[in-house]
Design a protein around this ligand. Structure first.
Ligand code: ADP
Ligand code: ZN
Length: 727
């Protein structure tokens, strides 16, 4: 046998690679690993961090096994999290290693945080006393350890004073453990007194948390009805039981106010988690979540992959938001995966929204989820009065996009010293530029898309691949000078119209193009909340969760914009977005108004919003989905084939179609050229697979991929289970 082998065992290790199974490594004698240990292993010429996985890995001749190099001094990834990774891999048809990769995104955090050098008071006395020295000694009274600069700062002296005292032995060097990224939240810090319906809902959530078992509650209530207030009670209950809590938010980087609000309730901020966090902070948060020091996290969808050890509650706020869907490498919906995580971990999940997804509404009505309803805005806050503006009857002046009706209300709002918001979900100046002489249109050279003019930057930009070019003076086709025209509006163009109409108003444009990134956006949002702007023009960034107390008019520039894109969720999405945007108005009791510019005032979405009868709208949408056997009544998946040439992409897609198993409960539509048939120089074809709820979608696609043509050349295949985008 292997008597003289230096290795005592083998372990399977999941590495952050698109491999179907864990790899097997030798465990050197004396090394101790358990499932979940984070280890460093050789992989080809490189070294990577991986996770010791359950079960056996790829079979390898024992003599050829390479050894695990190092076990990191890090709490192991717990069993629930490991099962979660396997589950997502299986469900989304992604290699488990690619799912694990999302968990291993903070490599520096695998080693413990270093202790820092600090100073502590000894019994020694300084040779002589000065005012500065006195202040230092008073500050350091009580025996706590200080950093050199921290002590100097707190005592208001220069660091040399501290050095002098240290030289005399008045302070000695001690090592201080790393500081927590956030203080511990206190569940009883500042409980609010709830209104009767709020309190019923809170009680329901608290009971679920106390039971400590899996269950999903849909918390359904208009904006401003106190959903946050209510789910904070569930958070308090989970914290009180010694559990960690995760709150998912769609735009956490921008909803800074949420952190303050959490602090008011719990006496400390939650740890933040999103892609704009500085790397060092990310690592500290990751580490402290793993060690259990961080008790509450507010994060973007990727926070689902933090190494919690005692997770006891997930809240998904704005559960309907499309931002929860990741469409990159591993295609997953964080809302749905949060529910799976709760199921595996045996704890409750709360989904909150003023405009729940049809999926969640159906799950609630069929009894899979509980539903708690808050029907009124809190206190005196009244919902805005909502009206459509029929653009056929009240058209804008030539060259403009704002109807005289909207402009009139904007003027009145200005006169009252209140704020207006104009919403248009389109960045830049104009979505299309053409030559008036020859009709040439400016398209992206590598995408099937028009270039969007960004006038502030003087560029034409592709919103799909980022390609940009200077806007020329002359048409590249016919050479005529100064005859290029912008077609249609973006927010920059609306701003131009507003400034021309209201030259004295303070106008701000907010979109993700703003120079200075997230930090700048946050500042602008705070400035708006403080009343430092009269008219705000923005994309969907302004729709999400912000509280602008003085905003009493919301105008939707083009309410029809999202309706015409052939997406089965177009009506639902438009309803959600428009409800959310108009919900920015009137949060403090002032009379407020929401106006929708539309060419289809009789469209069911417009009617639902104006009448406030969301129920009728949902009923209709749900019936429609059921009739078409679309989710949640049926199963749907997309398969996107892309390649460097159209022929390759189409050929491969056809091959997949031929390889589809003969199942009675699932059928394949397509392949069809994708609406965005070219992105970044890659040609795209789509297959859509649809069928009954009980059908084995994953098995079907797996067979299709295995039996279909081999991946060759530039061909890439992406599977999108429960697709949200059909482009
Ligand atoms: P939602 O999350 O449904 O939009 P919020 O929880 O943000 O609603 O509540 C809207 C506003 O009303 C907030 O400013 C909140 O502090 C206040 N509010 C709601 N319920 C209460 C309550 N019971 N006591 C005090 N303030 C409340
Ligand atoms: Zn492009």
């Amino acid at each position: 046998m292997m008597e003289d082998s230096p290795f005592v065992a083998a372990a399977s290790v999941l590495v952050p690679m698109p491999a179907e199974r864990p790899y097997t490594y030798a465990v050197p004698a004396g090394m101790c690993v358990v499932p979940g240990s984070i280890v460093r292993v050789p992989l080809g010429p490189r070294q990577v961090a991986g996770i010791v996985w359950d079960g056996t890995g790829e079979k390898v001749d024992a003599k050829k096994l390479r050894p695990i190099e190092q076990v990191f001094d890090c709490p192991p990834i717990d069993r629930a999290m490991r099962r979660f990774v396997d589950w997502i891999a299986q469900y989304t048809l992604s290699p488990p290693g690619m799912v694990a990769r999302m968990l291993l995104r903070a490599p520096e955090a695998f080693d413990p945080e270093p202790w820092i050098e600090g100073l502590q008071r000894t019994f020694a006395k300084p040779d002589r006393m000065t005012g500065a020295r006195m202040r230092v000694l008073e500050t350091a009274e009580g025996g706590l350890a200080w950093t050199r600069s921290g002590l100097a700062h707190a005592a208001g002296v220069s660091s040399t004073v501290i050095d002098g005292l240290k030289a005399q032995g008045v302070f000695e060097t001690v090592m201080i453990p790393p500081r927590p990224v956030v203080a511990a939240p206190d569940p009883g810090y500042a409980q609010s007194s709830l209104m009767p319906d709020q309190s019923d809902a809170a009680e329901m959530l608290r009971t679920n948390v106390a039971a400590g078992t899996f269950g999903v509650t849909l918390l359904d209530g208009v904006t401003g009805s106190g959903k946050t207030e209510v789910y904070f009670e569930a958070v308090a209950a989970a914290l009180a039981r010694g559990k960690q809590v995760l709150i998912l938010l769609p735009e956490i980087a921008l909803t800074h106010a949420f952190l303050d609000r959490f602090q008011e309730r719990f006496g400390a901020k939650p740890a933040e988690w999103h892609s704009d966090l500085p790397p060092r902070m990310r690592e500290r948060v990751w580490r402290q979540v793993a060690e259990g020091g961080v008790r509450a996290v507010a994060g973007a969808r990727s926070a689902l992959f933090l190494p919690f050890r005692e997770l006891g509650l997930i809240v998904v706020d704005e559960e309907h938001d499309p931002a929860y869907k990741q469409e990159d490498r591993v295609f997953y919906n964080a809302r749905d995966m949060a529910v799976v995580r709760g199921h595996i971990g045996g704890f409750p999940v709360v989904l909150a929204s003023a405009t729940p997804s049809v999926e969640s509404r159906v799950n609630a009505s069929q009894g899979r989820y509980h539903r708690a309803v808050l029907s009124a805005r809190f206190a005196e806050a009244a919902l805005p009065d909502l009206k459509t503006i029929d653009m056929r009857r009240a058209p804008p002046a030539r060259g403009g996009f704002l109807s005289p009706v909207l402009l009139g209300h904007m003027r009145q709002t200005l006169e009252k010293h209140e704020q207006s918001l104009l919403f248009l979900n389109r960045r830049g100046y104009a979505p299309l530029t053409l030559c008036r002489v020859c009709g040439h249109r400016f398209g992206c050279p590598v995408c099937s898309a028009w270039l969007v003019e960004h006038r502030f930057r003087g560029q034409l930009i592709c919103h799909h691949c980022g390609h940009n070019e200077r806007r020329p003076e002359a048409c590249p086709e016919c050479g005529t000078l100064d005859h290029l025209v912008a077609c249609g509006p973006g927010v920059e163009r609306i701003a131009e119209e507003v400034v021309a109409r209201f030259p004295d108003a303070r106008t701000i444009v907010l979109s993700s193009d703003l120079m200075g990134g997230v930090r700048r956006l946050r500042l602008e949002l705070e400035a708006i909340a403080k009343g430092e702007a009269d008219i705000v023009i923005g994309t969907q960034l302004v729709a999400k969760g912000h509280n602008f107390p003085n905003m009493t008019l919301v105008g939707v520039v083009d309410a029809d914009l999202g309706l015409a894109n052939g997406d089965p969720r177009a009506a639902e999405r438009t309803f959600q977005l428009l409800s959310q945007v108009t919900g920015r108005a009137g949060r403090t009791g002032k009379k407020s108004l929401g106006l929708l510019q539309t060419f289809q005032p009789d469209h069911p979405v417009m009617r639902a919003i104006v009448s406030g009868d969301a129920e009728a709208f949902y009923e209709r949408e749900i019936a429609e989905r059921e009739r078409a056997a679309l989710p949640p009544f049926g199963r749907l998946a997309g398969v996107i084939v892309s390649a460097a040439t159209r022929a390759e992409a189409e050929g491969h897609a056809r091959g997949l179609r031929r390889a589809a198993p003969q199942a009675s409960d699932l059928f394949v539509l397509g392949p069809a050229e994708a609406p965005l048939s070219l992105i970044g120089g890659r040609h795209r074809f789509r297959l859509l697979i649809q069928g009954e709820r009980r059908a084995d979608m994953q098995g079907f696609i797996r067979t299709m991929l295995a039996e279909g043509p081999k991946l060759r050349g530039s061909v890439r295949v992406q599977v999108d289970i429960d697709p949200q985008s059909f482009l």
